[in-house]
Design a protein around this ligand. Structure first.
Ligand code: R5P
Length: 345
């Protein structure tokens, strides 16, 4: 059961997440204990019951969960991202620079992207990188980050919608992505901007990806991630990006639209593959992974291995072999190239 400690001080609302023993602190000067006691709707809050999860639709239905009643354009764009043949997706997240500048592995975007694009089902990036560093002849679908206005030097949640839908149409994107900062200081600002984006997305027929749980102090447990993901879906998100956690089926099972797993910080390859494997077997439709691909010592090996896990249920250990084989062969090819070059001199 979720217990709300009362009375609450005037300067902040504390939502006690009982099971996780974690606090999400929401600064809110206008919400005092007196006001909160009148909020009858929070009194009967009980934990969601355990649910069984399935990312596959019933036979004959549209292949993407929760999207059967969308318009043709929405379905077509979503199908470019989440593939109809497997119902899964490997999105490559390379949007990190929008708030943290040149990120390790993303220093020169053309160099990072060129070898990876053939293996990505979709790229998630900013319009600056799309225009400057992705060949327009490329057929890879784009999920464009349309939020920003923050930086690693300040409060991360101080973010807003910053790309027009007109520009998204001009860029022929398949989806638009925005972060929502549930439980952070600028929660309301990001949720309000998100609502406006959802309206604009439906007007244009462009699906919206909600990015949840980004932030320095976010408690990334099932209760918080289920809260943020479900809120995003309730507000109209067509798919949701969130982190893997213990009891992940609670997150995927209570979200009516597909979930893609964010990779998080770089971890050893086998661990990242295991996390992706668990995520898709526990209800995610795929990954939207960045650092665990482009910061690997073999980015191509890693994305190939992730594809095997996500699309073909390869076990992490055998997927690791795909990564190792690719690393070995590219090492040999690099050596050959070096020899050829030095002979030419
Ligand atoms: C974060 O705001 C960005 O959307 C990243 O794309 C996201 O964190 C996924 O990348 P990674 O797998 O590196 O965590």
């Amino acid at each position: 059961m979720i217990g709300i400690p009362l009375p609450v001080v005037n300067v902040e609302q504390k939502l006690w997440l009982t099971a996780s023993k974690a606090f999400v602190t929401i600064p809110c000067s206008s919400l005092g204990g007196e006001v909160q006691e009148k909020m009858a709707d929070v009194e009967g809050l009980t934990e969601a019951r355990q649910v069984t999860v399935s990312s596959s639709p019933a036979p004959g239905q549209f292949h993407i969960k929760g999207c059967a009643h969308l318009d043709w354009g929405m379905k077509n764009r979503l199908s470019r991202i989440i593939k109809p043949d497997t119902g899964r997706t490997v999105m490559l997240a390379v949007d990190h620079g929008y708030f943290q500048g040149p990120t390790s592995g993303l220093e020169v975007m053309e160099e990072t992207l060129a070898p990876l694009i053939p293996y990505a089902d979709c790229l998630m990036l900013t319009r600056g990188i799309l225009r400057s560093s992705v060949p327009p002849g490329s057929q890879v679908p784009i999920v464009l980050r349309v939020s920003g206005g923050n930086s690693i030097l300040s409060e991360l949640s101080n973010e807003t919608w910053n790309v027009s839908v007109e520009d998204c149409i001009r860029l022929n994107v398949a989806g638009m992505a925005m972060s929502i900062y549930v439980g952070a200081p600028h929660e309301h600002q990001t949720l309000a901007a998100f609502s406006d984006l959802i309206d604009a997305g439906y007007d244009a027929g462009i699906p919206i990806l909600a990015v949840t749980a980004v932030g320095r102090d976010m408690v990334r447990d099932a209760r918080y991630l289920a809260l943020a993901s479900r809120m995003a879906a309730e507000m109209g998100a067509n798919f949701v990006k969130t982190y893997y956690c213990e009891d992940f089926p609670r997150v995927t099972g209570t979200c009516p639209v597909p979930i893609v797993m964010a990779g998080g910080k770089k971890i050893p390859e086998l661990e990242a593959l295991t996390m992706a494997y668990k995520a898709v077997t526990e209800g995610a439709v795929g990954v939207d992974m960045g650092r665990n691909i482009f910061q690997s010592d073999s980015p191509v090996g890693m994305i190939k291995a992730v594809r095997a896990v996500v699309h073909y249920q390869e076990k992490p250990e055998s997927a690791l072999k795909i990564y190792k084989d690719e690393k070995k062969s590219s090492g040999i090819n690099n050596k050959k190239r070096a020899v050829t070059t030095s002979k030419k001199k």
